[in-house]
Design a protein around this ligand. Structure first.
Ligand code: AGP
Length: 608
C-alpha cells in the first residue's frame, strides 16, 4: 500500500529515488511522483504521473539529475482515483513543502474543513493534501523547523501513516514519521535513506534502523536523529540486512513470481536450517520468551497467510492435541472474541505490516493473550509488537502473489507444532516427520521439474470461465489457496471447496466441461475413498478433472493427472500447492495479465 523513498547525500537523488521506487512498486503502482530539493531556497522540482513508474520516468527531465536530496512515492489509491493530481507528493500552497504518505488519515475531512476556513486551496481528492497544508502552517509557527512541525502535526492526525516531507528552505533535510505504517532508515556513509522497506536501498547499504510507533526521524547526509512526539531523543535499534541486492532482482526469470516459485526449495531449507534434525527434535530458542502453558491456540492472518494457518492447524491439533482455531484477522476484533489467559495467539504475515493482522494482534494483546508471530520481514511492526517471533527465511518476496512465503509459513507452523508435541509423539514418529520435513526441498524441486507439462496442461483451460478446486482435510485449505491464486492473477472466477460440502450446494455449479482441480489425499488416508467419491460425483456431471495425486495412486477417471512425490499426509500441502501456483501463473500469462502487479492489488496491505 504505497511505497515511499527518501534520499539525502552526495549523489544524484533522482536515480536513487527512482531505483528505490522500482523496488517498492510491488506496494502500489497506480501512480508515482517525486519532489527534489534544488539548493537553498530554490523551488522544489516536482513531477507526478498517473500509471506505473515508467510514466513518471518518461516525464523526468535532465534538470532533476542535479539534485542530491529528495523523496518519491508509488501509490495504491485509497482516497481519490489514480490521477496525476491525486498522485503524491502533495504541496503546500507556497510550493515550498512537499509531503508523501502511506496509510489513511482518518480525520482528514475535519482537518480539511479547518484548512479551507483558513484559506488553503486544495487540488486533489486525497486525505494526504491536508497534511501538506498543516505542515506548512506548523513550519511557520515553529520558526521554520520542519521536525518540530512534523511532531505537532502528527499529534493532530488520526489513522495510519508513514510521512516524508522536504522543504526547499532546508534542502538537505528529510523528515519522516510513522504510525501503524512501515518506515525504515538506511544508514549510509555520507548519505542516508528512508523507505517503506529495506529493498529500496539494499544496493547502497546493508545497515538499517528500526523505527517505532509515533517516532519522527530527521535525516541529513551525515546525521540521523530519532525523537518521539514530545521531542525526546531515542536510540533506535540498528540491524544488518542479511540478504543482498541480487535477491531483490529478477535474476533472469521473466517475473518475480516465477523466480519466487523456483526459490521455494531453498526458502524451505533456509527456514528449516538449524531448527530440526533427523530425529525430529526441534530447536526454536525464540519460543523461550513465551511461557508455553497453552490451552488453546488462535491463529490470525489474512489471505494466503490465513491459508497457511488453516493448514498448520491440522498438524498442531493432530500432534499436540491442543485446540487450535484459525480466524481471518480482519473479522476477529469486531466480533468481541473471548480469550482465556491460556490462549496463545499466533499471527502470520509475510510483510509484518498487514493492518488487519496488526490490529487483531493489538486487540488480542489488550485481552491479555500472549502473542507469537510468524513473519518474513525482519524488524517489521507485527513481530516487534509480539512476545516472540519465528522468522521464516524466505528472503524478499516481491511478486504480489505470495508463494515462497506461504510454504515457509507452513514449515514454521510444522516446526512449532513439533516443538509443542515433543512429549506426545513417539521417537519413531518424530524421526519420521523430521525426515519428511528435511526431504521437502528436494520433493518441491521434483514438482518444479514438471513445469513444461504443467504449462502445456494449462493451455487446455485457457478459455474456461470458472475453475473449481476441491480438497479434503489439508487438501481443503490447499484448494482455497489454489483458487485465490487464480483469482488474483488470472482474474477468473475460482472457488475452493471441501469435498464433503459439494452436495450441500456447490455441485450445482458443475456443468459440461467445468474444470475441477482435485487434490487427492495419499494412500492410507482415511478420507481417500471419500475424496475419490467426490471426484466421481463431479465427473458424472460433466466436469473436466485435473487430479493432483502422489505416485502411490492408480488413477483412471481424471482428464489430467499432476503427479507429485509422496510425503506425510500433514505435509502434503507443501508439495500439492506448487502446481496450483504454476497453473495460476501460466493462466495469467495466457490471458496477458501483469503477473507481478495484478490489477487493483498491492503486496503490503497497510489499510483496514
Ligand atoms: C496472496 O497472494 C496475497 N498477496 C495476500 O493474500 C497476502 O497473503 C495477504 O495480504 C497477507 O499479507 P501478509 O502475509 O504480508 O500479512
Amino acid at each position: 500500500m504505497c511505497g515511499i523513498v527518501g534520499y539525502t547525500g552526495g549523489k544524484s537523488a533522482i536515480s536513487l529515488v527512482v531505483a528505490g521506487l522500482r523496488r517498492l512498486e510491488y506496494r502500489g503502482y497506480d501512480s508515482a511522483g517525486v519532489a527534489l530539493t534544488d539548493g537553498q531556497g530554490a523551488p522544489l522540482l516536482v513531477e507526478k504521473r498517473a500509471g506505473k513508474l515508467a510514466n513518471l520516468e518518461a516525464a523526468l527531465t535532465s534538470t532533476f539529475s542535479q539534485s542530491t536530496s529528495g523523496i518519491g512515492h508509488t501509490r495504491w489509491a485509497t482516497h481519490g482515483g489514480p490521477t496525476d493530481s491525486n498522485a503524491h507528493p502533495h504541496l503546500s500552497g507556497d510550493g515550498k513543502l512537499a509531503v508523501i504518505h502511506n496509510g489513511i488519515i482518518e480525520n482528514y475531512i475535519e482537518l480539511k474543513e479547518e484548512l479551507l476556513k483558513k484559506g488553503h486551496k486544495f487540488y486533489s481528492e486525497t486525505d494526504t493534501e491536508s497534511v501538506a497544508h498543516l505542515l506548512s502552517d506548523a513550519v511557520a509557527d515553529s520558526g521554520g523547523d520542519l521536525a518540530t512541525a512534523m511532531r505537532n502535526v502528527c499529534k493532530k492526525l488520526k489513522g495510519s501513516f508513514t510521512l516524508l516531507a522536504v522543504h526547499s528552505d532546508n534542502p538537505e533535510i528529510i523528515v519522516g514519521a510513522r504510525r501503524n505504517s512501515p518506515l525504515v532508515v538506511g544508514v549510509g556513509d555520507g548519505e542516508n535513506f528512508l523507505a517503506s522497506d529495506v529493498s529500496a536501498f539494499i544496493s547502497s547499504t546493508k545497515r538499517a534502523l528500526e523505527l517505532g510507533q509515533d517516532e519522527v526521524v530527521v535525516v541529513t547526509p551525515n546525521s540521523i536523529l530519532v525523537v518521539d512526539l514530545e521531542g525526546n531523543v531515542l536510540t533506535p535499534k540498528e540491524y544488518e540486512i542479511t540478504w543482498d541486492a541480487a535477491a531483490a532482482e529478477r535474476g533472469g526469470f521473466a517475473h518475480f513470481m516465477l523466480k519466487e516459485i523456483f526459490e521455494q526449495p531453498k526458502a524451505i531449507s533456509d527456514t528449516l536450517l538449524g531448527r530440526i534434525d533427523e530425529t525430529g527434535v526441534v530447536r526454536l530458542p525464540e519460543l523461550d520468551l513465551l511461557n508455553l502453558d497453552v490451552e488453546r491456540i488462535l491463529i490470525l492472518a489474512c489471505g494466503t497467510a490465513y491459508h497457511a494457518g488453516l493448514i498448520g492447524k491440522y498438524a498442531i491439533e493432530t500432534w499436540s492435541q491442543i485446540a487450535c482455531d484459525v480466524e481471518l484477522a480482519s473479522e476477529f476484533r469486531y466480533r468481541r472474541p473471548v480469550l482465556s489467559p491460556k490462549t496463545l495467539v499466533i499471527t502470520i504475515s509475510q510483510s509484518g505490516e498487514t493492518m488487519d493482522t496488526l490490529m487483531a494482534l493489538r486487540y488480542a494483546k489488550s485481552l491479555g493473550a500472549k502473542a507469537l508471530s510468524i513473519c518474513n520481514t525482519h524488524g517489521s511492526t507485527i513481530p516487534r509488537e509480539s512476545d516472540a517471533v519465528i522468522y521464516t527465511h524466505g528472503g524478499p518476496e516481491i511478486a504480489v502473489a505470495s508463494t515462497k512465503a506461504l510454504l515457509t509459513q507452513i514449515i514454521a507452523l510444522h516446526l512449532f507444532a513439533l516443538h509443542l508435541s515433543v512429549k506426545k509423539l513417539s521417537p519413531s514418529d518424530l524421526e519420521k516427520i523430521g525426515n519428511e520435513l528435511l526431504a521437502l526441498p528436494s520433493k518441491v524441486e521434483q514438482v518444479l521439474e514438471t513445469i513444461e507439462a504443467l504449462r502445456e496442461m494449462t493451455r487446455g483451460f485457457k478459455d474456461a470461465t470458472s475453475v473449481l478446486f476441491l480438497g479434503r482435510h489439508v487438501g481443503f485449505p490447499s484448494a482455497l489457496e489454489g483458487a485465490l491464486k487464480l483469482k488474483e492473477l488470472a482474474y477468473m472466477h475460482a472457488e475452493g471447496f471441501a469435498g464433503g460440502e459439494l452436495k450441500h450446494g456447490p455441485i450445482a455449479l458443475i456443468e459440461e466441461g467445468t474444470p475441477v482441480i482435485a487434490i487427492m489425499p495419499p494412500v492410507g488416508s482415511e478420507i481417500r475413498e471419500k475424496m475419490a467419491s467426490n471426484i466421481q460425483e463431479v465427473k458424472a456431471r460433466g466436469a473436466r478433472i485435473i487430479l493432483v495425486a502422489d505416485t502411490s495412486i492408480d488413477i483412471a477417471s481424471a482428464d489430467h493427472v499432476i503427479r507429485v512425490p509422496e510425503t506425510h499426509e500433514l505435509l502434503q500441502p507443501i508439495i500439492s500447492i506448487v502446481p496450483l501456483q504454476v497453473f495460476a501463473y501460466e493462466m495469467a500469462l495466457l490471458r496477458g495479465n501483469d503477473v507481478d502487479q495484478p490489477r487493483n492489488l498491492a503486496k503490503s496491505v497497510t489499510v483496514e
